[in-house]
Design a protein around this ligand. Structure first.
Ligand SMILES: Cc1cc2nc3c(=O)[nH]c(=O)nc-3n(C[C@H](O)[C@H](O)[C@H](O)COP(=O)(O)OP(=O)(O)OC[C@H]3O[C@@H](n4cnc5c(N)ncnc54)[C@H](O)[C@@H]3O)c2cc1C
Length: 308
């Protein structure tokens, strides 16, 4: 219930305007956001790299207001890519297709998305495409498959809470690409998604089994296990150990500011770990989704509001 409320509030423009000016909200958001500037984000990535952890930098933004904004986002992402290359930090980039105009139509979005992937390819940097609410799932997959015809430096996020994901994953496995498996951060109806934790987690475990099956492992497909759920991380570790798979054939991914103890533990144990590092001034919806994931965060937020 709380989750639904926070996800609904994440779309409020009035609250967004208020939150970005409100000191306690900004301070609280800093737990999950590397900073509002690229300099701050690069400093976070550098520190992760020094501890043996890879990064993926997300220049925050989604559902841009105009087509001109979508085109501006391309330039911003290209600046980010050049900066990653110049600083020689180990990071891919992540982003949402609605940041480059998916909501204006698939045809509109393909060119801006391609321009970013092209620049990334020229600089030898990977591009990870986030997965958004279910109204965009099919369009996101269509664009991803289209880009895959031209480029290999790609990874797509999929959500274990959606019933359709097993089918989508099988198709992506056939194409020998890379998938970041997460649970899903939006509020989806029971007609298309598991809504209870048990269902979402059981689906996640099944999809991990699929991604790591013997046959898939030999196909060149590269899985990224993106969760902070220790039971599912341990499940993935067990599956990998049973298969005797090499630790460089997959990676774990986590969010900046969440379960640093597990990020360090997995790195110490020789796994490849990548942290999702979001930055920028448009942090409000991302922050609200992080609050929605964990009731305790809402309590912390309430305390911050009350100045306690
Ligand atoms: C690298 C990465 C990329 C992602 N990309 C996408 C995407 O493209 N699309 C999408 O829909 N979702 C994405 N997500 C979010 C994901 O879908 C989940 O909403 C989120 O990760 C919480 O689920 P969980 O797997 O951590 O499990 P949960 O069962 O929610 O959490 C397990 C434990 O992790 C800790 N934890 C989890 N979330 C938080 C939090 N916000 N604050 C504090 N502690 C927390 C708690 O200790 C909790 O008990 C991504 C997640 C990761 C890690």
């Amino acid at each position: 219930m709380l989750r639904r409320i926070f996800i609904a509030l994440s779309q409020s423009e009035t609250l967004r305007r208020f939150a970005v000016r409100f000191g306690p909200a900004r301070r609280m958001a800093r737990r999950f956001i590397a900073g509002e500037t690229l300099d701050e984000a690069i400093a976070v990535v550098r520190e992760l790299n020094q501890h043996g952890i890879l990064a993926t930098l997300d220049h925050l933004g989604e559902n841009v207001a105009t087509e001109a904004d979508a085109e501006r986002s391309v330039g911003e992402y290209q600046d980010l890519l050049h900066r990653i290359a110049a600083e020689q930090v180990q990071s891919t980039i992540s982003g949402k297709l609605t940041h480059v105009g998916l909501h204006f139509g698939e045809e509109f979005c393909l060119d801006p998305a391609r321009a970013i992937v092209q620049t990334a390819k020229a600089l030898g940097i990977g591009v990870e495409i986030d997965i958004e609410g279910s109204e965009y799932t099919q369009m996101t997959l269509n664009i991803f498959h289209c880009l895959l015809n031209e480029y290999q430096n790609l990874r797509l996020a999929l959500q274990s809470y959606l019933f359709r994901t097993e089918r989508d994953l099988e198709e992506l496995i056939r194409r020998g690409t890379s998938v970041r498996l997460c649970k899903g951060a939006y509020d989806e109806p029971a007609t298309i998604a598991w809504r209870e934790k048990e269902g979402v987690d059981a689906s996640y475990a099944r999809l991990v089994d699929l991604m790591f099956s013997e046959q898939v492992r030999k196909s060149g497909f590269y899985p990224a296990v993106a969760t902070h759920d220790h039971k599912l991380i341990l499940h993935a570790e067990r599956v990998v150990a049973e298969l005797d798979a090499s630790k460089d054939q997959f990676e774990f991914q986590m969010l900046h500011g969440v379960r640093r103890d597990w990020q360090q533990r997995l790195t110490r144990d020789g796994y490849r770990v990548r942290v999702y590092v979001p930055y920028g001034t448009r942090w409000y919806p991302y922050f609200m989704r992080r609050l929605a994931e964990r009731p305790a965060n809402v309590l912390l937020m309430a305390r911050a509001f009350l100045g306690k």
